[in-house]
Design a protein around this ligand. Sequence first.
Ligand code: ARG
Length: 557
Amino acid sequence: MKDVVIQFLVKQTKLSAERLDQVLEVPKDPTLGAYAFPCFSLAKEQKKAPHVIAQELAQTKKLPPGILKLQAVGPYLNIFIDMLTTAHETLATILKQKEKYGQGKAAQKETILIECSSPNIAKPFGIGHLRSTIIGSSLARIASGQGAKVKTLNYLGDWGTQFGKLIVGYERWGDTKKLKADPITHLLDLYVKVSADPTLEDAARAAFAKLEQGDKKYLAFWKQFKELSLVEFTEIYAQLGVTFDVYSGESLYNTQKDAVLTELKTKKLLKKDQGAEIVDLELYGLGVALIQKSDGTTLYATRDIAAAQDRQKKYKFTQMWYEVGAEQKLHFRQLFKLLELLGNTWAQGLTHIDHGLYLGEDGKKFATRKGKTVFMKDIVEEAQELATHEVMKREKLSKKEVATRAQAIARAAIIYGDLKNNRTHDMVFDLDRFLAFEGDTGPYLLYAYARARSVLTKAQYKPGKSLKLTKLTASEKALITKLAQFPEACQQAYDQRTPHVIAGYAFQLAQAFNEFYHAEQIIGSTAQASRCTLVQAYTQTLKNALLLLGIEPLEAM
Ligand code: ARG
């Protein structure tokens, strides 16, 4: 309906459709109409007071179908539209566009590379990595929905001084059996043991330097650590239903350090400082960036410079988003500045999409019930166990069906538990609450979807019946109004780069459906056909919203 209003105003005001789309407002109070046009935008050009313009516009005699009346209130022209026409249009659009409903064009000129997940080899997959995985994957879907060409890239932390420690530890206390059985736990033990002994510091540093120089034996250790860690990470991704377009890693860029150093030198950015190479960014309030340590080994930042340049060459992105915890803010500000100082104009398209921390139920830093270090694998498994228990409690089902449902519920619980929060906020990680079937949770939304699907099955609804709406009840109007807001929510989630807009929308939509479901009879009522169409439009929209979050709905629950 907005289109009709805009086309009407284009004719009356001679403003462009784009401009009108920007200025047109939705009054908070619905008794003031569906839209309000602020006449300030015309005052200068027409040399008239805005309230005079509003009054003149309100006199328009011929209104297009769907627009009921116009009313001038101060400098605003309030526009009332016919709910039946809008309702009709909304439902017809959803039924026609199906899985495409909600998509827009806000990003159609963009090629976006989204770096996310990026766990560290030989270390536990952390909570920050979980957040990054979930948020990054959802943003990828949201940006694609706005027409962008999107690739997700997992940048593994597979290089760095920690490998010196691991090699030293493995040479001393390594146990092949333990490594195969539970690689990350064993490697973490070795790492902790070496870190606790200051007399091993030099040996660790030397081992890393040797690794960087390509020592065959050390490279073989490293390769094994990496492969075994990846097996474990891949399991977590499978349980979350996440995949990546590209796997990359810091190790790809250790050999490019000389090129980076030369480039920085040519641009006169590099300075020696006690044997190390640095770039002074004080001028920009960004401190000092360390590029090469005094022992000649590379650093995280050095590898990031090389990686960004390589990705620009490979993918020609217009934007690159780094989904990484807020604690790395300074690192990314330095990185972006360095790339800009090196003369890369594309550096303007770089964004650090940061996220807050997970907190425990007590509001302090998060820890699992099972142990001190947080193992994501344990959390995902625990969610699965709790979900299985819940499914079996409710219904007698085949083993296979229990497993399918439990997996979907566990996924929805973890993903929605995260995404319902503004990503920049710290959030409490409370698995029991995430898994609840009532309240603002993933399982509740799955249920809200499955229940509506079962109504359609019972009613033997077949899509494609012509749509006739004669009058609408209050709860129908509220539900349709919510349905109509979905494309806007999608665009907002993209503009703000945060999936919680979609999560919040999905929950409100489910609530609007609930109210409708309790207020109206569907099956057996004289309005069965049109109400079923409404339910169909609702399930389609909720499904589209859930898929944007990375949640696959269940047809029955
Ligand atoms: N592996 C890093 C960590 O766990 C995150 C990598 C972030 N991405 C980057 N391009 N620096 O802290």
